[in-house]
Design a protein around this ligand. Structure first.
Ligand SMILES: Nc1nc2c(c(=O)[nH]1)N[C@H]1C(S)=C(S)[C@@H](COP(=O)(O)OP(=O)(O)OC[C@H]3O[C@@H](n4cnc5c(=O)[nH]c(N)nc54)[C@H](O)[C@@H]3O)O[C@H]1N2
Ligand SMILES: Nc1nc2c(c(=O)[nH]1)N[C@H]1C(S)=C(S)[C@@H](COP(=O)(O)OP(=O)(O)OC[C@H]3O[C@@H](n4cnc5c(=O)[nH]c(N)nc54)[C@H](O)[C@@H]3O)O[C@H]1N2
Ligand SMILES: [Mo]
Length: 765
């Protein structure tokens, strides 16, 4: 059925010809066809650049072109022919630009010149680099305490840029490193070290070829990690069961046509991906995992009773773990009725998963934001690890845990020191190599940084990329906070809304992207990145920079450091910029695992950083892997206790990269030309006397202690009747962030609970 609402069912598999058409459209919209096609062919090649789209690894030594629609969008939007020159900024006041939507702002194109906000004309005007650095130095040197400054990182920065940035900030005297990871996989970074001694995934790409079972929880690879579809497609083809836990039936997890598969393309056929699709309630994953573990114990007991050896890996548990007693006690005390209510899944379905799990000799569990962005995100992650440990699914081929990271180098940024916690090894490493003692006190994470700015405890913000104010919860508070700053400094490729929330002084410093040639005194520079599987490799851009004024991130950070620190500790910042090999020498000196860094990045595919659990080495206090019990079963008992409250999850469309809105279609979910929709179960709609197509408002529900959000409303959405569990709803990020209180976050990791937001639904007024 076709009408003009832009809401219609999409009947095709994910991928396929529609994906190829979307790439052609992205190239046409941003670049000329020839350079667009040429640049696509260098993406993820051994001598080319690392795709800025996501952190999924590349097949080793491969030079086959891995097609990916959304990688192509990321590249074309960076390599765009459009330019946000000083002349463009002359045309519009900042107030005027603030009324534009996020798509149109970034579509202005690449920044070409350092710019400073001029309050008198309400415009950004061109300045030169030395002037920009001098202004930063003046403000930072005058701050009463280094802890009144915040230094944000978005995960696209290279290892080299990130390392210099943290060295600069620590030499300046602060550990205030809010970063995008705090809004993303922080629950993994906090939860997994307690469980297995490292906050990263334990599998490598080869393991996927050997797994007998893959469980996918709360991630949408067809949109966010499309190259992972090659891996899942291959696993499904060889008959490995793939079990999905997701409230929405994401098309790519149902069926996928691989654009590299000539037969599927020619015959318009596709491959079924999920063998079992469990539509868990939003926020119901811990309950579901407890149910699966409970069923595993029941199967194990039955096997023992029948004279079998049992289904738990008792040797692994005895030799390598601790804490199973408490877990067993908790699972025995857990009621099936509670599991079913909190997960929205039937006992039978969970028992079926347990059977598949016990049959599989090697299992991998993959997860994304559907797991981490909850008040109990850390505990969710730990329940995943518990399930794996019951059958010894660590440190064996084809088995392990796989958190799928977001930004293409967010994992690398953390590895090289973007960390508000400043661990002992890092502090000792810096002292050893650079001769100064960095600060020890914990700094601010992303939400704490916004709170500190809002309260006036911090008055300076520097952003190495990203769009912090828009990505963060509660724009009512975070936008106002930005406008209180004495100085905001944004190192960025393109204009976005955070840049327009100007404080007393605001600077925009234009930087090179991954795709571009980075020429320094010693010649062409490569940078390095770490993917989701701890593989570190080099990336070299070749495209001409957008203007001769644009500088590389390492050069900008070093320039600033030199101006601010004025010779402190005798660090030679110019030498770093002349040859990034010297930055890598620094990384090798400070951190373990980077031996022969400069040599090893030249091997095809790079090298893997040490991952203890892959060798059954556990860097926990006890030296063992730990079963960690989660008391209770509700994601948020407060929501469960009030009637009429829906749990809203916030989603990425197929046409966006975080806050960068490429376009207004969400093809696979059947939404075209708009984003002002909310996905609802038809019965929840009916209960309010509403039908599909009605205009509705969502109102934030504030619980005690979260008062500032009370009354926030997202207005005039169109209700889409959708296959989603009762009590669950979905809307797009960042528009829906207005409904999320800044304090609505996981107390352990600080991750905002973007994926279980209590809301009320009503007809639009
Ligand atoms: N094209 C593109 N690529 C990207 C990004 C992008 O925006 N666009 N962003 C990058 C970044 S920074 C990140 S972190 C990743 C994000 O990649 P993902 O982890 O895939 O993130 P989301 O799209 O936010 O949500 C993932 C899935 O979680 C499901 N979900 C929602 N709530 C729940 C729940 O309570 N339980 C379960 N089990 N599932 C739930 C949603 O239905 C959705 O399918 O992708 C990276 N790659
Ligand atoms: N409600 C809700 N909120 C969320 C999420 C959610 O699922 N729901 N997801 C959260 C997650 S997982 C994340 S990671 C955050 C994302 O938060 P951020 O990382 O802060 O946001 P991005 O939208 O990725 O940042 C885009 C901007 O980065 C700049 N940029 C792009 N490439 C480069 C580069 O190479 N160098 C530099 N210096 N700048 C560059 C451009 O100016 C662009 O406008 O949002 C979080 N917010
Ligand atoms: Mo992310």
């Amino acid at each position: 059925m076709h009408d003009d609402s832009g809401i219609r069912k999409y009947e095709h598999p994910a991928g396929g010809w529609d994906a190829l058409a979307a790439v052609a459209k992205a190239i046409h919209g941003q670049m000329n066809a020839l350079s667009g096609t040429r640049i696509m062919l260098r993406n993820n090649q051994p001598d080319g650049f690392d795709c800025p789209g996501c952190a999924w690894p590349d097949p080793k030594h491969s030079s086959t072109f891995e097609f990916c629609e959304n990688g192509a969008k990321a590249v074309t939007w960076e390599a765009t022919r459009k330019r946000a020159t000083p002349e463009v900024f002359q045309r519009y006041t900042v107030t005027e630009l603030r009324s534009w939507n996020d798509h149109d702002l970034e579509d202005l194109g690449r920044l070409t010149q350092p710019m400073a906000y001029d309050a008198a004309s309400d415009r950004y005007v061109a300045i030169d680099w030395d002037e920009a650095f001098a202004r930063v130095a003046e403000v930072l040197q005058a701050l009463p305490s280094p802890d009144m400054a915040e230094f944000y990182t978005s995960g696209r920065a290279s290892n080299e840029a990130a390392f210099l940035y943290q060295l600069f900030v620590r030499a300046y005297g602060s550990n205030n490193f809010p970063d995008c990871s705090n809004m993303c996989h922080e629950a993994t970074s906090v939860g997994l070290p307690q469980s297995i001694g490292i906050g990263k995934g334990t599998v490598s790409l080869d393991d996927f070829d050997q797994a007998d079972l893959i469980i996918s929880m709360g991630h949408n690879p067809g949109t966010n990690h499309p190259r992972m579809m090659t891996t899942l497609h291959a696993a499904a083809r060889r008959g490995a069961p793939i079990v999905v836990f997701n409230p929405l039936r994401e098309r790519a997890l149902e069926r996928f046509a691989a654009p590299q598969d000539p037969l599927e393309m020619a015959t318009f056929s596709s491959t079924d991906i999920a063998s079992d699709y469990l539509q868990v309630k939003v926020g119901g994953d811990a309950a579901a995992l407890k149910g699966v573990m409970k069923a595993v114990l029941e199967l194990d007991a039955a096997d023992l009773a029948a004279g079998g050896p049992g289904l738990l890996d008792r040797r692994f548990i005895a030799e390598h773990t601790q804490g199973i007693e408490a877990l067993l006690e908790d699972l025995h005390a857990t009621d099936w009725a509670d599991v079913e209510r909190a997960s929205g899944l039937q006992r039978k379905a969970l028992e079926q998963v347990a059977q598949l799990y016990c049959k599989a000799e090697r299992a991998i569990i993959v997860f994304g934001m559907g797991i981490t962005q909850h008040r109990r995100g850390t505990e969710n992650v730990q329940q995943i690890s518990n399930l794996l440990m019951l059958r010894g699914n660590y440190g064996r081929p084809g088995a392990g845990i796989c958190p799928v990271r977001g930004h293409s180098n967010v994992q690398g940024n953390r590895t090289v020191g973007i960390d508000e916690k400043a661990p002992l090894a890092l502090r000792q490493g810096i002292e050893r190599v650079y001769g100064f003692v960095p600060p020890e006190a914990r700094g601010h994470d992303a939400a704490e940084a916004i709170e500190a700015i809002a309260d006036g405890r911090s008055s300076f913000l520097m952003c190495l990329g990203g769009n912090l104010a828009v990505a963060m919860a509660d724009p009512l508070r975070s936008f106002a906070a930005m406008q209180r700053l004495d100085m905001a400094v944004h190192i960025a490729t393109k204009p976005n809304r955070s840049h327009l929330l100007v404080g007393r002084q605001s600077l925009l410093l234009p930087c090179l992207g991954r795709t571009e040639l980075d020429l320094q005194a010693s010649g062409v520079q490569s940078i390095t990145v770490e993917d989701s599987m701890s593989m570190v490799h080099a990336s070299t851009g070749r495209l001409p920079p957008p203007s001769d004024q644009v500088r590389s991130e390492p050069a900008i950070v070093a320039g600033m450091a030199k101006a601010v620190l004025a010779g402190r500790y005798g660090i030679d910042w110019d030498a770093f910029v002349a040859d990034y090999g010297r930055i890598r020498d620094g990384i090798e000196g400070v951190f373990a695992g980077f031996d022969d860094y400069n040599a090893r990045i030249r091997q095809p595919g790079g090298f893997r950083l040490p991952v203890g659990p892959a060798e059954r080495v556990w860097h926990t206090p006890s030296g063992k892997a730990c079963f960690i019990t989660m008391p209770g079963i509700e994601e948020d008992a407060r929501t469960a206790a009030v009637s009429g409250v829906l749990t809203l999850t916030t989603l990425r469309s197929h046409d966006q990269y975080n806050t960068t809105i490429y376009g207004f279609d969400d093809r696979y979910r059947g939404i075209f030309g708009r984003r002002d929709v909310v996905f609802l179960n038809p019965q929840d709609l009916a209960e309010q006397g509403l039908v599909a197509g009605d205009r509705v408002d969502l109102e934030a529900v504030a619980f005690a202690g979260e008062a500032p959000q009370s009354g926030a409303v997202l207005r005039n959405l169109t209700a889409v009747a959708y296959d989603i569990p009762r009590g669950s709803a979905g809307a797009y990020y960042p528009e829906a962030n207005v409904l999320i209180a800044l304090s609505h976050r996981d107390p352990q990791s600080g991750t905002p609970s973007y994926k279980s937001v209590p809301v009320r639904l009503r007809a639009a007024v």
